[in-house]
Write a protein that binds this ligand. Structure first.
Ligand SMILES: C[S@@+](CC[C@H](N)C(=O)[O-])C[C@H]1O[C@@H](n2cnc3c(N)ncnc32)[C@H](O)[C@@H]1O
Length: 421
């Protein structure tokens, strides 16, 4: 998916980018490096490779770092941070290896420029990345700075927000057509999926609201960057989508979350392009007459338990009531979420009866009201199709941070009449 996106951003043939360990490799000009940073939605960083050579011991790594012409990339006035990753490296201490790279860079700048840069691990101007495999050390300069999932618009976060890059990968996996097809996240939380989708519908580049590390590097030319920004602004669709209709929808049972999503959408410049509202996914009917895509990472486990009708039943059980009577002041979202989470813990988390009941009821609700839609759910729960009593037509492996997930696709067969809102 990433290779395809890179080729699209660069307007090159599909095979221009090659998949490599943890990413893709492409030959690009400096202007294209900036273009990638501005537009790419699926990548975490854009790195420029500066060295790749064999090593045996730490001193070889020092030499590799010392041989790079860092003086062509940044001055000693910039602060520096070195990050290291490794796979099958024979070296005992990665920290020590990173230290040797730092020494190599600093010594090089001292000998060519007369002074050395300071180290700043929290807010560095320049980041150098090192990768060690069993035989080779590879050095990169980072042109992104803060990782690219930080788009600059999400200040309000829910309890388990998705990274924007993962939301973008989910959208890409569905093959959503942003010009014509409705996309609806009925458990939208802080709105990550819906806002990414709305930006795609409006052709707003992922990086339009943020700064990049490349502006601290010597090859940076502000007039080239300004030209790219002008081009990007000119390409933004002023309406909600190419068809002029709102195609993106989000809702959440927690009004606090909908509030967060609203504020994030405002910062992302897409309030006109999506429709957000409160409501229980077990009760919400399709937001449009046209059929489209349901795309969500639903509540799961102890941290984010299902709320709404299903949650109330779980809370009732946790509090020892079997008559289904509700507490009078369950309206405050915070309080509600707290009670439901406790309920989920009492129930034993993700495999709780109520958790399963939520998905069973969700499937029934969707079959009744969303016939003809595709539902795509991201979850770490491999048993989800069984809980929904539906057969997944696709299972796309994805990682939510360190958690292995599947993006399941269900084709909802039309049953009865659908109700527009
Ligand atoms: C895993 S979070 C989604 C996070 C979201 N993708 C984001 O990036 O912020 C699950 C969301 O489902 C919501 N939720 C729980 N039960 C629900 C229900 N019955 N109907 C609608 N939303 C529900 C929670 O309030 C929470 O925001």
């Amino acid at each position: 998916m990433l290779a395809v996106e890179v080729a699209k951003v660069l307007n090159e043939p599909a095979d221009v980018a090659k998949a490599v360990r943890g990413g893709v490799r492409v030959e690009a000009s400096w202007r294209e490096v900036m273009q990638l940073n501005l537009h790419i939605r699926l990548a975490q960083r854009v790195l420029v490779q500066l060295a790749d050579q064999p090593y045996h011991v730490e001193d070889d790594i020092y030499e590799a770092a010392n041989d790079v012409a860092w003086e062509a990339w940044f001055t000693p006035r910039e602060t520096l941070r070195v990050d290291i990753t490794a796979q099958h490296s024979p070296l005992k201490s990665l920290n020590f290896a990173a230290l040797r790279v730092k020494d190599g860079v600093v010594d090089r700048l001292r000998s060519t420029c007369g002074t050395r840069p300071d180290i700043d691990t929290s807010h560095p101007h320049v980041r150098v990345h090192v990768h060690l495999d069993a035989t080779h050390v590879t050095l990169y300069i980072d042109t992104s700075g803060e990782p690219l999932f930080k788009r600059g618009w999400r200040e309000d976060k829910g309890d388990a927000p998705l990274k924007e890059t993962l939301a973008a990968a989910m959208i890409a996996a569905t093959g959503w057509d942003a010009r014509t097809m409705p996309l609806y996240d009925p458990c939208c939380g802080s709105g990550t999926v819906a806002i990414e989708a709305a930006q795609i519908a409006c052709n707003i580049p992922s990086g339009l609201q943020r700064r990049f590390g490349f502006s601290n590097l010597l090859p940076f030319q502000s007039h080239v960057w300004d030209g790219l920004l002008d081009q990007a602004h000119a390409g933004v669709i002023s309406g909600p989508s190419a068809s002029g209709e709102i195609l993106v929808f989000g809702s959440d049972v927690s009004h606090r979350m909908v509030d967060f999503a609203d504020r994030n959408a405002h910062r992302a410049g897409v309030t006109h392009a999506l429709h957000l509202r409160g409501g229980d996914a077990l009760q919400r009917t399709p937001p449009t007459e046209a059929m489209g895509i349901l795309l969500l990472n639903p509540p799961y486990g102890e941290r984010i338990a299902a709320a709404g009708v299903a949650g109330e039943r779980a809370a009732d059980r946790a509090e020892g009531r079997s008559d289904g009577r509700r507490q009078p002041n369950r309206h405050a979202d915070r309080q509600q979420e707290h009670v439901w989470r406790e309920a989920a813990q009492v129930d034993g988390g993700e495999d709780s009866g109520e958790g399963d009941a939520f998905f069973d009821r969700l499937a029934t609700h969707w079959k009744q009201h969303f016939g003809g839609w595709q539902a795509w759910l991201l979850t770490p729960d491999m048993k989800l199709p069984g809980k929904m009593r539906m057969k997944a037509s696709r299972r796309v492996p994805m990682w939510n941070g360190p958690i292995e997930c599947r993006l399941f696709r269900f084709d909802l067969t039309a049953m009865g009449k659908r109700h527009g809102e």
